[in-house]
Structure formats: C-alpha cells, structure tokens
Design a protein around this ligand. Structure first.
Ligand SMILES: Nc1ncnc2c1ncn2[C@@H]1O[C@H](COP(=O)(O)OP(=O)(O)OP(=O)(O)O)[C@@H](O)[C@H]1O
Ligand SMILES: [Mg+2]
Length: 244
C-alpha cells in the first residue's frame, strides 16, 4: 500500500511554472529515488509533501489523507510522521548537539529527562557520534553535522523520511555512513524518498526511481527497467550529470 501518493501535483512561483503534472507513489517500506537536473523542483516536491509549500493543484495523500487541505496544526502532525532531512542539516547553531537532539523530543513527546538522555545516547551511538554531546555544530566537521541533522530528523521515529541531498559535498567515509543509515532506517520498515545527484548512493539504497524533467515525471521504474528503456532517459540524465 502507498504511504505517499502524489496525484497531478502542480506548482508555480509568481507565474513561473515549476511543476505541471507530477504523479508518483511510494509504498510502505520502499525507498524512492527522486532525480533530475538542478532546478527541476525536487526540493519543492519534498517541501510540498509536508506542507511547507502549498500545492496549486492536485492531491498529496500521506497515509491516506490529502494534506493539501490541511491546516497548520494538522500539518504539525504530518511533520511528526514524515521527517524532512534538510539539504544543509539545519542545526541550531547556538545549541549543543545534545540540545539539538533533545529539541524534537521535548516538543513532540512526553519523555522525561532521563528517557531523553537515554534516547539521545542511543541515537548518537547508532550514528557513530558518541562523545560529541556538549559540542556546538560549528565545532563538528560538515560530514558530522549532516549526520547529526539526520539523527535529529529521525529521533522521534517517523513513518517516512525525506532526504534532500544527504551526501552532497561529503567525503567517501561520510557518504558511506549516510548510506548505512538510510539502509538501517529501511530495515526498520521506514518509507523514504531520496533526492540526490549522487547516483552511486541512489543505486545503493533506492528500490525505484522517478526522473523529473520539465515539470513532469519523465520516467519511472527500477534501475533495470529504466536502463532497458529504449528512450534511455536515465542514461542521458546520468551522462548529463557527469558532464557537469
Ligand atoms: N520559495 C520559492 N519562491 C520562488 N521560487 C522558488 C521557491 N522555491 C523554489 N523556487 C524555484 O523553483 C525551482 C525549483 O527549485 P528546487 O529548489 O526545488 O530545485 P531542485 O531540483 O531541488 O534543485 P537542486 O538540485 O539544485 O537542489 C527553481 O527555479 C527555484 O528558483
Ligand atoms: Mg534541491
């Protein structure tokens, strides 16, 4: 069954059409790769899925409910169910790593201080970040900051995770760590969408792909299906990315 089902989604900004007709779905437990050139509107799709952008038309069904009609308070519940890992990590610079992770727990759960501490130690351990509790984000490397951002996004146990270029600018070690985390979340049954230009990572973790071009889904399917298409959209896209 689809946890995320987007039907004829449309979006323009001040008269400039970004999405004409976007339709795709993501089944429970599946990881969908959302790919396409820079500026085709991948981040706009992810933001729209949790109501950070308003759709101009179409439906966005999350767990069977059309969130395009939701109020801000209803959207808060959607954002607990569906975590968004921002392109830049989006940590609070003035808070320690511990406080960054404690923030969503204090906001959205009834855990007491001991339970919060326990949960954060567990999470940091799982992400290979133990011992950094009292540091501030600017005292960590970019790769570690991204891992903390990911840890914070998923600490309250979302049903789905939207990853926006989680490996951009990372070295091979941190890229591998992020891949492992995505796979670990998948094993737990979490549904995900990965937006990326990093095709090795996409191929390592995604079950299926959607290629966006010119406001529409140009092609979708498994890697094999896309590679066997006579139009060769995926290959053209990858060759285009290589040429950059
Ligand atoms: N809030 C906004 N106001 C106006 N235009 C916007 C807004 N957000 C996005 N856009 C425009 O929508 C288009 C798609 O942007 P988006 O950030 O989704 O692209 P992207 O596919 O994620 O690109 P990249 O791969 O570079 O991250 C761009 O032309 C961008 O300028
Ligand atoms: Mg983007």
């Amino acid at each position: 069954m689809a946890l995320i089902d987007v039907k004829s989604f449309k979006k323009s900004f001040r008269g400039k059409t970004v999405h004409k007709d976007i339709s795709f779905s993501v089944n429970k437990g599946e990881c969908l790769g959302l790919v396409g050139g820079s500026g085709v509107g991948k981040s706009v799709v992810l933001r729209s899925l949790i109501g950070l952008e308003k759709a101009d038309g179409g439906q966005i069904m999350i767990d069977g409910e059309d969130i395009t009609k939701f109020s801000e308070s209803q959207l808060t519940h959607v954002r607990i169910k569906v975590a968004y890992v921002f392109q830049n990590g989006a940590l609070f610079d003035s808070l320690t790593i511990f406080e960054n992770l404690a923030f969503p727990l204090r906001e959205h759960t009834d855990l007491n201080e001991n339970q919060i501490q326990e949960k954060i130690s567990e999470q940091l351990e799982e992400f290979g970040l133990s011992g950094n509790e009292n540091l501030y984000p600017n005292q960590l490397s970019g790769g570690m900051q991204k891992r903390v951002g990911l840890a914070r996004s998923i600490i309250i146990g979302p049903k789905a995770i939207l990853y926006d270029e989680p490996t951009a600018g990372l070295d091979p070690y941190n890229t591998l760590k992020i891949q492992e985390m995505i796979l670990r979340m998948k094993k737990k049954g979490v549904t995900s969408i990965l937006v990326t230009h990093d095709m090795p990572t996409a191929f390592a973790v995604c079950d299926r792909f959607c290629l966006i071009e010119d406001g529409r889904i140009k092609a979708q399917g498994t890697r094999d299906e896309l590679e066997n298409q006579k139009e060769g959209y995926l290959k053209k896209f990858i060759d285009g990315e290589r040429g950059k």
